[in-house]
Design a protein around this ligand. Structure first.
Ligand code: FE2
Length: 214
């Protein structure tokens, strides 16, 4: 099971339960995660960091103090982490938001943790000189199985819908997600290909809308 832990103002962190062990994705704040681990009676084995911004990594030191054996993983290159057959993690290097950004794909669970690379209806902020890298990273994610659930690093759906309006684009799909408690977490790679303008395969269009978004 994957537990969603809302932290700070808009961040999503995740606890991936595996028997009595767990993996944590992007602990931007330790306390809510330590509380949830205690309630669930789980021992974290490793921390997966999608990138090194403080709102994703600030909780690492405190979690390590409580669980000194926990491993911290942030590989900025494509690689494979194997825990057991259910928890194989493919690390997909996705530079653009930062040069060290990566996404964690878990094929058996059919999910990908996208950090600040891909949000529901948006992509992460990126410096103009890294637009092409971000574009390529988003193209790379489109090669995943279409049913893969996207679990991003922030709840930004209202922001995405506002931006779609400025582009005069249809936002019906994303509007329909607002009924959920965690609206950004109800999308897949297929949904993003169909509805997210940043998934365009046209670099000129990507550049234009990335400039507009600022
Ligand atoms: Fe970030």
């Amino acid at each position: 099971m994957i537990h969603v832990v809302k932290i700070l103002e808009t961040n999503y962190s995740y606890i991936i339960e595996d028997g009595f062990k767990a993996m944590i994705v992007d602990p931007g704040d330790a306390d809510p995660l330590l509380n949830r681990l205690e309630i669930l009676r789980l021992i974290p084995e490793c921390i997966l960091l999608t990138h090194n911004h403080s709102d994703h990594s600030n909780g690492v030191d405190e979690i390590k103090r409580k669980f000194p054996k926990v491993k911290v993983i942030n590989n900025s290159r494509d690689s494979l982490l194997a825990f057991n057959s259910d928890n194989t993690v493919t690390i997909i290097h996705t530079p653009g938001h930062t040069q060290d950004s990566c996404c964690f794909y878990m094929p058996k669970r059919g999910v990908i943790f996208t950090g600040d690379t891909l949000f529901t209806g948006l992509c992460g902020k990126t410096d103009k000189k890294y637009y092409f890298e971000m574009f390529n990273s988003l193209q790379k994610l489109q090669e995943l199985p279409l049913y893969t659930k996207v679990l991003p690093g922030h709840e930004y759906l209202s922001n995405s819908i506002e931006f779609l309006k400025t582009l005069n684009r249809e936002s019906g799909f994303y509007n329909s997600l607002l009924k959920f408690d965690y609206p950004s977490l109800n999308t897949t790679i297929a949904d993003e290909i169909n509805n997210n303008p940043f998934m365009s395969s046209d670099i000129n269009y990507f550049t234009k809308i990335r400039d507009l978004k600022g």
